[in-house]
Design a protein around this ligand. Structure first.
Ligand code: ATP
Ligand code: MG
Length: 632
């Protein structure tokens, strides 16, 4: 038996041998001749000489063994639809979409921008693109015209695929007017717009440019569109980072490396088996949606659930009911969603038979202990925190359950995942920290493993200058997150490098202060930021959401609560970490993917312009903070 440490070690010391073996998990038209070409660092080329296709691996190859098994399970609690597509049916739908895109002039290497709600046609469009070698660029359906326009300009797509409307909380949200406005704003104009009409909002069609999907699908009912075999290094898609820290970066992904990385992760990390059901609650607009709603589970021959709707509608038991109904074995969500569910009746967790579930994976933001504990006790299943980025496409830190029976530790997303040569670097000197329990910047020595970004779309120079630093003879990728590794090799993420604050010469992670404040029984959520201070350089400011908003009606109780919270921080971390103020709000400003926009809070507190807010969810949250700051 190899231990996980040996497994991980081998992935680095015998890199090509290791990944050459993993490459057998996917189908190749032509086998690669070289596993990794790293002759031009930091650009890594994986599986050089290999020829393959992502859609073939996700769909076609399962037609032989499991044609009638469920592939895509669409559930919408917005429109009350539920439809299961077998691999055979998915194959047919993808070919209809592929034929349509080809008729609209899309060929290998052309970009297709997908601006869609969570409906099956979005999945068909993604798979149709990779089928014909086109590069998809999915833009989250919740974005408005401005953000959409800048992404259209960056991707320069030949075709945009969209729909009349999405839906949120039972209300239709028209997409077409937003798209039309974005196309007006964008300097780049696509040739065609392909529209799915859900019958939810009227659409004004632009003659010559806009086409309806239904008649084109009808026309191509029995069409056969073979997969376009592409080089392993052929780009499969571009996708923008969440924009938490600034202007989103267009991540470019390859084909072969991505397929292998996902297939390997399904085996070693998520432990999903062909024939089982995977349920990821993310959105196709984010990287989790790409890797673990669409490609990962399908490559593994699993059925995947695509869910349109809120986690609490019709009630907070809806997700658990889907686990029971579809015998979900692997579930993937985000801490922010679990915090929403935590406010619901806990009895909902006990109402359904969850015995099929092997584990719940959570990623995207720090998993605070109270949330982890609540869900772990409620489910009675392992909760696996995993840490990664849009850039990497799959986990950097996790417990690789398929090879590692080590326990999880609360607050830690686990150990360095195989393939990743994770380092902690001293923030000021850039030198590697080798000892246990030292705080540093989480970094990865190149080459990045298969599946990670090839470059920033259209901007190799930005890729190099944004992410890479050189220490003699080696190139190191920075995650811009700050972390610590304990003596057992478990990492703890302490926040983003931007979130480190310096109070009177003491360096503090805002995450540590947040963890401490979260321990107060009446705090549901909190954001701590560093704010410039003439005396101390910076001071910590906390904005907390109380669990029961009715309990902070008057100023006196607010003050009392503030005092209690400060005492907790004093006790946990020392008076130096005590926030200058703890203010109370009903919600925190977040990105559409649920990440707290601390940089915007800091800017508002310092009276500065909050910068690019295109990915912000509800502007009312930032307004509350503005009002508090203005009132002092
Ligand atoms: P941008 O790069 O545009 O500022 P972003 O970093 O939020 O946006 P993503 O790629 O969606 O975009 O998020 C990755 C980041 O999310 C990580 O760098 C880290 O800060 C945070 N993160 C992800 N998973 C975890 C986790 N398990 N624990 C703690 N933080 C996490
Ligand atoms: Mg980032």
């Amino acid at each position: 038996m190899t231990t996980y440490a040996e497994f991980h070690q081998r992935s680095l010391t015998d890199r090509d041998g290791f990944w050459g073996e993993q490459a057998k998990l996917v189908d190749w038209k032509v086998q690669p001749t070289q596993v990794c070409d790293y002759s031009n660092p930091p650009f890594a080329k994986w599986f050089v000489g290999g020829v393959t296709n992502l859609c073939h691996n996700a769909v076609d190859r399962h037609l032989v063994t499991r044609p009638d098994q469920a592939a895509l399970i669409f559930v919408s609690t917005e429109t009350n639809q539920e439809k299961v597509y077998s691999f055979r049916e998915l194959h047919a739908e993808v070919q209809r979409m592929a034929a349509t895109l080809k008729e609209l002039g899309v060929g290998k290497g052309d970009r297709v921008l997908i601006y869609m709600p969570m409906i099956p046609e979005a999945a068909f469009a993604m798979l149709a693109c990779t089928r014909i070698g086109a590069i998809h660029s999915v833009v989250f359906g919740g974005f408005a015209s401005g953000s959409l326009a800048s992404r259209i300009e960056d991707a320069a797509p030949k075709v945009v695929v969209s729909a009349d409307a999405g839906s949120r909380g039972g209300k239709a949200v028209a997409y077409k007017p937003l798209l039309d406005e974005a196309l007006r704003l964008s300097k780049f104009k696509p040739e065609s717009v392909l529209l799915v009409d859900r019958g939810m909002a009227p659409m004004e069609m632009v003659a010559g440019r806009d086409k309806l999907w239904a008649p084109l699908r009808e026309k191509n009912m029995n069409v056969v569109v073979p997969c376009e075999w592409v080089d392993a290094t052929h780009p499969s898609y571009t996708l923008y980072t969440s924009g938490t820290t600034g202007k989103p970066k267009g991540v470019q992904r390859d084909t072969g490396g991505y397929a292998v990385a996902l297939a390997a992760s399904m085996k070693h990390i998520y432990c999903g088996e062909a024939g089982e059901t995977y349920f990821s609650t993310s959105d196709i607009g984010w990287v989790v949606g790409h890797s673990y709603i669409i490609y990962g589970p399908l490559i593994a021959g699993m059925a995947t659930i695509m869910y349109e709707g809120l986690p609490i509608r019709p009630d907070g038991g809806i997700w658990w009911s889907l686990i029971e109904k579809y015998k979900v074995t692997v579930m993937f969500s985000a801490p922010t969603a679990i915090r929403v569910l935590k406010k619901q009746d806990p009895a909902l967790l006990k109402k359904y038979d969850l015995s099929s579930l092997k584990a719940l994976f959570l990623a995207g933001e720090p998993l605070d202990q109270p949330t982890a504990q609540w869900i772990s006790e409620g489910l009675g299943r392992p909760i696996v925190d995993n840490y990664w980025q849009t850039e990497t496409g799959w986990p950097i830190l996790a417990i690789s359950k398929g090879v590692d029976d080590a326990p999880t530790k609360f607050g830690s997303p686990g150990k360095a995942v195989y393939g990743y040569n994770v380092k902690l670097l001293d923030e000021s000197t850039g030198e590697e920290l080798t000892g246990a329990n030292q705080k540093g910047v989480v970094a990865i020595e190149g080459p990045l493993p298969p599946g990670c970004l090839q470059t920033v779309w259209g901007d190799d120079a930005r890729f190099v200058s944004t992410y890479w630093t050189t220490i003699p003879g080696r190139m190191i990728y920075s995650t811009f997150d700050w972390g610590i590794r304990d003596e057992d090799g478990y990492y703890f993420i302490l926040g983003r490098t931007d979130d480190v604050i310096n109070v009177a010469g003491h360096r503090l992670g805002t995450r540590e202060i947040e963890e401490s404040i979260s321990a107060h029984p009446n705090v549901a959520e909190v954001a701590v930021v560093g704010v410039a201070d003439q005396l101390k350089g910076q001071v910590a400011m906390a904005f907390a959401v109380v669990k029961d908003a009715s309990k902070i009606p008057d100023d006196a109780s607010k003050l009392a609560l503030e005092g209690e919270i400060m005492k907790i921080v004093d006790k946990d971390l020392g008076a130096v970490a005590r926030p200058a103020r703890v203010r109370f709000v009903t919600l925190l400003p977040k990105t559409r993917s649920g990440k707290c926009l601390r940089r915007a809070i800091t800017a508002v507190c310092e009276g500065r312009d909050p910068g690019d807010l295109t990915t912000m969810d509800d502007p009312a949250a930032l307004q509350q903070i503005k009002d508090l700051v203005a009132a002092k």
